[in-house]
Design a protein around this ligand. Structure first.
Ligand code: 5GP
Ligand code: ZN
Length: 112
């Protein structure tokens, strides 16, 4: 499959790794939108949030369970913004489920 995040998960494309275990990988975004901007992905290919099912949701839970540890590794203490873009209308540009963990600046709401 020609998926850039699958290739990063497989080690075929280099990344600036922050955290890895058997199920998930966290690495620095190539085009950071905040002083801390990390992408957290399942190693298995899930296209987008629409494809989260009872069969594969354990890895999504695992991502959320690891967020405190990943934030701590990144030196984040005062909180973080977590973003998932699902589909082109929301700005998803890479069709492999990922969560943006961002911190280190002020964030607007609902945008920015
Ligand atoms: P999306 O727009 O799909 O929500 O987020 C995709 C993110 O992946 C973007 O923030 C973009 O900068 C990042 N990205 C795209 N290609 C690469 C890559 O090859 N390596 C890394 N580290 N980040 C990437
Ligand atoms: Zn993939």
């Amino acid at each position: 499959m020609d998926c850039i995040f699958c290739k990063i998960a497989a080690g075929e494309i280099p990344c600036n790794k922050v955290y890895e275990d058997d199920q998930i990988l966290a690495f620095k975004d190539l085009n950071p939108q905040a002083p801390v901007h990390v992408l957290v992905i399942p190693k298995q290919h899930i296209r987008w949030a629409y494809d989260i099912t009872p069969e594969n949701s354990a890895v999504v839970a695992h991502i959320f369970e690891k967020l405190p540890e990943i934030a701590k590794i990144c030196g984040v203490e005062g909180g973080f913004r977590l973003v998932n873009n699902c589909g082109e209308d929301a700005g998803q540009s890479v069709p492999h489920l990922h969560f943006h963990l961002m911190a280190g600046r002020e964030f607007g709401w609902p945008a920015g």
